[in-house]
Design a protein around this ligand. Structure first.
Ligand code: ASP
Length: 312
């Protein structure tokens, strides 16, 4: 496959967060990812760019999309991919993340993809191993490949990000997807509206360079994109909501609230979705408005680009 960007190098050894990337790093990753979109739709999806390389997927939290997408991405590039089954691993016997990392490091992997419940876990891991580390979500901190695939999806549909008005709505305080998207969309020149009830809004939201709203209709007004988030119940230490029904009434995406956005506004959601809580089920499946499936599709291309770039 032609690589038009061969001369450009990424400035980092690891992909730990959007915050560490420069705009040229981001553009490089996105342009590499674009090259894989058509390959993923073709009959022969196999390349040998990563032949001889070993990729380990280390997921300490449940995952459907991200883990399968990283696994397919590695296999399509020809890497040997091992996804650890943590239910049967020594983690269950009390081994620490660092000891697990040292053990895996001794087997000379070329890349480790890690998801962990603690914010900063991927940074810690990257200091203990010799290979590149890709963060597949650490606690509530960052989920860089999700933001990159969201950006690729927006560019694919709207042909740009600069100047767009993008609403991110829901459980912002616990969401790594929100944080990575805020950093990336700001970097790429979008105007970002954050919508959440006060107890799910980060206290320091003003520092993030976004507009914040507690009224969803005001927050989505004239937006080009409405990105919904899942309630991160696993990160809630106390009861944050009086009821799911009340949440849906005020913060669920319904046709009447979507009417305040632009007529051609697109709906996004990183998944997994809770239909009838964050989003009306018909809207989630509306092929004219929802790009949720395309996010999953382009996720494979973005992860192929990241594996290729950081494995080299
Ligand atoms: N899949 C995304 C994540 O891992 C979003 C979510 O779980 O709500 O952060």
């Amino acid at each position: 496959m032609a690589n038009h960007n061969k001369a450009i190098k990424i400035s980092k050894k690891h992909l730990l967060g959007i915050q560490d990337l420069s705009i040229s790093d981001v553009n490089f990753i996105l342009s590499e990812a674009k090259q894989f979109i058509n390959l993923n739709k073709s009959k022969n999806k196999k390349l040998d760019i990563l032949r001889g390389k070993t990729q380990i997927n280390l997921f300490f939290e449940p995952s459907t999309r991200t883990q399968s997408s990283f696994e397919l991405a590695g296999k399509r590039l020809g890497a040997d991919v091992m996804s650890m089954n943590l239910n049967n691993s020594a983690i269950k016997k009390g081994e620490t993340l660092v000891d697990t990392a040292m053990t895996l490091n001794a087997m000379h992997p070329d890349i480790i993809v890690v998801r962990h419940q603690d914010s900063g876990a991927s940074n810690l891991l990257s200091q203990k191993v010799n290979c590149a580390v890709l963060n597949a979500g650490d606690g509530r901190r960052e989920h860089p490949t999700q933001a990159l695939l969201d950006a690729l999806t927006i560019i694919d549909r709207k042909k740009k990000i600069e100047g767009l008005k993008i609403a991110i709505c829901g459980d912002i305080v616990h969401s790594r997807v929100a944080r990575s998207n805020i950093y990336l969309l700001n970097m790429l020149g979008a105007e970002v509206n954050i919508i959440a009830p006060s107890n799910l809004m980060p206290k320091d939201i003003q520092k993030l360079g976004v507009n914040s709203f507690s009224d969803m209709k005001k927050g989505v007004k004239d937006c080009d994109i409405v990105m919904m988030l899942r309630l991160q119940n696993e990160r809630m230490t106390s009861s944050f909501l009086s009821s799911n029904r009340e949440y849906y009434e005020y913060y669920g995406l319904t046709p009447d609230k979507l009417n305040f956005a632009k007529e051609d506004a697109l709906i996004m959601h990183p998944g997994p979705m809770n239909r009838g809580i964050e989003i009306d089920t018909k809207l989630a499946d509306d092929i004219n408005k929802s790009v949720i499936k395309e996010q999953v599709e382009l996720g494979v291309a973005v992860r192929m680009a990241c594996l290729k770039i950081f494995c080299e």
